[in-house]
Ligand binder design. Structure first.
Ligand code: DAH
Length: 356
């Protein structure tokens, strides 16, 4: 065992034995079970309050001749303690890594159920199917913006400001520009205007999309809903073309048991105008809560394009004729899938969505 030289007379107590310091340190290092504990051990063994530092201070009290050797011995001891700490640190790092790897181990026997396949929402599927039917009839598909100006949503459709027909649509205005000039479109009819502005007739197009109204939800109404608009512009188009188109569509989409009827109605942008109704699919025409006991469900409106609408987009009403229609996609989904209450389409309850 290495010993510090004996202290000279009157020089005070001898500093601790460096070997004893190293032995005590070795025990403390070995007992450190984690990297955090090892950090604590390191400050206790090498820090300002450590026995090692105390021993170094004690050297000052030795006989001057003995000090260099004592200092040397303490430096050795410090070096050995540092080596012990470094070894243990490496060991603990290795153990931590091993246990991390163990936790991450890939268990090839584990059975992981495959991800559940999602599907398109019923409204989107209905929109796709409606587009397919119309594309099959020779129409093209177009789209327009959901945030519209008053001009496209009302004025160009023959509803000047303060026109009473505007009351048919409970409008949600956006706080953009002059008050009441920008709104969430209340119907897809403004896309008719955009289309006629962007291309010359003949036009055979359908325009599906989302619409918004300040409606109170009930079995047949939801405030955010979808419409598909139709527009035909050509020379010599008649009401018979409109009726034939509606009939062909109804048969193609709902099947032979469901009938369509047109009833006189009023829309500012068509003349004459009609309401388009089909047999209620829930009660097959007998009358139920969904159709308010009438046996019929209104899908939308239609009519011959009003000359004022042609004038608004710079088409000569003497030359061009056309018809238009607009009906609810959600309503079609509801009727086709016999859903008594339309609100389920917005609730997104997967127990319902899985069935339809
Ligand atoms: N835009 C009308 C509505 O939402 C429906 C409609 C009626 C569209 C007649 C048309 C039409 O294109 O000709 O109530």
């Amino acid at each position: 065992m290495t010993r510090l030289p004996a202290t000279g007379p009157g020089e005070g107590a001898s500093p601790p034995d460096p070997d004893a310091l190293v032995a005590a340190a070795a025990a403390q290092v070995a007992a450190s079970a984690s990297l955090a504990e090892l950090d604590d051990a390191q400050s206790a063994l090498l820090g300002k309050r450590s026995a090692l530092v105390a021993a170094r201070q004690a050297i000052a009290r030795l006989d001057p001749a003995a000090r260099p050797q004592a200092g040397q011995l303490l430096n050795d001891a410090r070096g050995r303690i540092e080596a012990l700490l470094a070894d243990r640190r490496q060991e603990l790092h290795g153990a931590a890594r091993a246990s991390r790897l163990d936790a991450d181990r890939l268990d090839l026997t584990e059975i992981i159920s495959p991800p559940q396949r999602g599907r398109l929402h019923l409204v989107q599927r209905t929109r796709d199917e409606l587009e397919d039917v119309f594309v099959g009839m020779g129409f093209v598909v177009a789209e327009g913006p959901e945030a519209e100006t008053d001009w496209y949503n009302f004025e160009a459709l023959h509803m000047p400001p303060a026109h009473p027909a505007r009351g048919m649509w409970d409008t949600l205005y956006l706080e953009l520009g002059e008050p009441e000039t920008v709104l969430l479109r209340t119907h897809t009819s403004p896309v008719q205007i955009r289309l006629m502005q962007s291309q010359a007739p003949p036009i055979f197009a359908v325009m599906p999309g989302k619409c918004y109204r300040r409606d109170t939800p009930d079995a047949r109404h939801i405030p955010t809903f979808h419409q598909i608009e139709g527009l035909v512009v050509d020379r010599g188009i008649s009401f018979a073309d409109l009726a034939g188109t509606i009939d062909t569509f109804t048969g193609a989409y709902f099947g032979p048991d469901i009938h369509a009827r047109l009833r006189p109605a009023y829309f500012p942008f068509t003349e004459p105008s009609a309401e388009y109704e089909i047999t209620c699919t829930i009660c097959k025409g007998a009358g139920c809560r969904t159709c308010s006991q009438t046996g019929w469900i209104e899908l939308g409106g239609c009519g011959m394009v009003d000359p004022a609408v042609f004038s608004a987009v710079g088409l000569d009403p003497e030359e061009w004729t056309g018809f238009a229609f607009g009906f609810g996609i959600d309503r079609c989904a509801q009727m086709r899938h016999e859903i008594p209450d339309m609100r389920v389409l917005l609730e997104n309850d997967v127990r319902v969505l899985r069935q339809i």
